[in-house]
Design a protein around this ligand. Structure first.
Ligand SMILES: C[S@@+](CC[C@H](N)C(=O)[O-])C[C@H]1O[C@@H](n2cnc3c(N)ncnc32)[C@H](O)[C@@H]1O
Length: 328
C-alpha cells in the first residue's frame, strides 16, 4: 500500500473522529425541537411514543438507537427507554432550566447560514455541485487503504482468476488489485452513468473492464471465483438484497467466495457512528437501513450460502468484512 494512501486513510479516520461529537448535538437538537426527551421521561417503548404522538416509528427508532449509544437515553426492561435526567432538565421546552434554544439556533440559523458560504463566497457562484453519486463513490474509496490488504489476501488464497465487483463506483478496489494481480481479470459493474464514465476514463489497466448497468438485470456467461459487494447493500431494500445476493451466488464458482464490505447496524464495534449512519440512510429517500447480522444470516440462508467470516475492518465506523461461501 502506497504511503500516500495510508496517510489519506489516517486523515479520513481523524476527520471521522472529529465529527463524531456532532452526533450528540444532532440528537439533542432533534430531541429538544420535537419534545422527544419529554415523551421518554418515564420508561416507554418506541411503539407507544410513535403511536401516541403520530411520529414515524422507524425514524424514531433510529433516533432512539443514537440516543442509547451517546448516553442521552437509557435502556429499561421490556423494550422500554427512558431519557437521562439531564436531557429532561436541560433539553425539554417546558423545563425552567432548558438550554435547548441554543441548539435550535445553531441548527436552524447558524448551520444553514454557514452552508450558504459555499455559494456566496465565490463571486458569481460558478461553483459546480458535486453530483451525489460521484461524492459517495469518492468517499467510499477512503476506506480502501484499510480494507484492500484483507481483500488481496483472500484473492491469493482463493487462487482467483476472475473477480467481479458489483457497484464498483470509480473502480478503486479493482484498479488497485489489478496492479497487484496482473494475471487476474477484474470486471466492475456500475449503474450510474457518470460514475461509470469517470471510472473508465481513469482506467489504464488491461485486466480491468468496467461496465455500466444494473447488476440485477445483467446476464453473466462465465462464473467468478470471487464476487465483491462493497458499500452497496444500503442501496437496496431487504427484498432486493435477497435477490441481489442470490444473483451473486449464481455467478460464483462452486468453491467461490462472496465478499461483502458494509457497515452493520448492530456490529460490536462503532455503534455510535453506525447508529448515526443508519439514521441518515433511513431518512434518505433513495437509501435503506444498514443491514444487521441477523438479516445477513437470513439472506445467506435464502441464497444457499453460509457466512464463513465476519470481521471488523474499521472499528470506529462499524465497517465489517463478511465472507460467504456456498453451503454445498
Ligand atoms: C457507495 S458506492 C461504493 C463504491 C465501491 N464499491 C467502494 O466501496 O468504494 C456504491 C456504488 O454502487 C452503485 N450501484 C448501486 N446500485 C447498483 C446496481 N443495482 N448495479 C450496479 N451498481 C450499483 C452506485 O451507483 C455506487 O456508485
Amino acid at each position: 500500500m502506497a504511503v500516500n494512501d495510508l496517510r489519506k486513510m489516517w486523515h479520513a479516520r481523524k476527520w471521522m473522529k472529529q465529527t463524531e461529537p456532532f452526533l450528540m448535538t444532532w440528537h439533542a437538537h432533534l430531541g429538544y425541537s420535537l419534545n422527544l426527551f419529554s415523551y421518554f421521561k418515564k420508561p416507554t417503548t418506541v411503539e407507544e411514543v410513535a403511536s401516541k404522538h403520530q411520529l414515524d416509528e422507524v425514524l424514531l427508532k433510529r433516533w432512539v438507537d443514537v440516543g442509547l449509544t451517546v448516553g442521552h437515553l437509557k435502556k429499561k426492561r421490556r423494550n422500554k427507554v427512558k431519557s437521562s435526567r439531564q436531557m429532561v432538565t436541560y433539553l425539554t421546552k417546558t423545563s425552567k432550566r432548558s438550554v435547548g434554544i441554543l441548539l435550535e439556533e445553531m441548527f436552524e440559523l447558524h448551520i444553514p447560514t454557514l452552508l450558504t458560504y459555499k455559494h456566496e463566497l465565490p463571486k458569481g457562484d460558478h461553483q459546480e455541485k458535486t453530483p451525489v453519486a460521484n461524492m459517495v463513490a469518492e468517499t467510499s474509496t477512503l476506506l480502501e487503504a484499510v480494507t484492500l490488504p484483507k481483500v488481496a489476501s483472500r484473492l491469493n488464497k482463493q487462487k482467483s482468476k476472475r473477480v467481479l465487483d458489483v457497484g464498483c463506483g470509480l473502480g478503486g478496489y479493482i484498479k488497485k488489485l489489478a496492479e497487484q494481480f496482473p494475471s487476474i481479470q477484474f470486471h466492475g459493474i456500475e449503474i450510474d452513468q457518470d460514475v461509470c464514465q469517470r471510472a473508465n476514463d481513469e482506467n489504464g489497466y488491461k485486466n480491468v473492464t468496467i461496465e455500466q448497468g444494473d447488476f440485477k438485470d445483467m446476464p453473466f456467461q462465465q462464473p467468478y471465483e470471487t464476487v465483491m459487494m462493497n458499500n452497496i447493500l444500503y442501496y437496496f431494500t431487504l427484498v432486493e438484497r435477497i435477490a441481489l445476493i442470490k444473483k451473486a451466488a449464481d455467478v460464483l464458482k462452486r468453491k467461490g467466495e462472496l465478499m461483502i464490505i458494509t457497515p452493520l447496524a448492530d456490529g460490536k464495534h462503532g455503534r455510535r457512528f453506525a447508529s448515526a449512519f443508519n439514521s441518515f440512510m433511513t431518512a434518505h429517500k433513495d437509501m435503506n437501513a444498514l443491514p444487521t447480522k441477523k438479516e445477513l444470516q437470513y439472506i445467506a440462508k435464502q441464497a444457499n450460502l453460509k457466512i464463513v467470516e465476519e470481521r471488523a475492518l474499521i472499528k470506529e465506523g462499524g465497517w465489517y468484512l463478511i465472507r460467504l461461501k456456498r453451503k454445498t
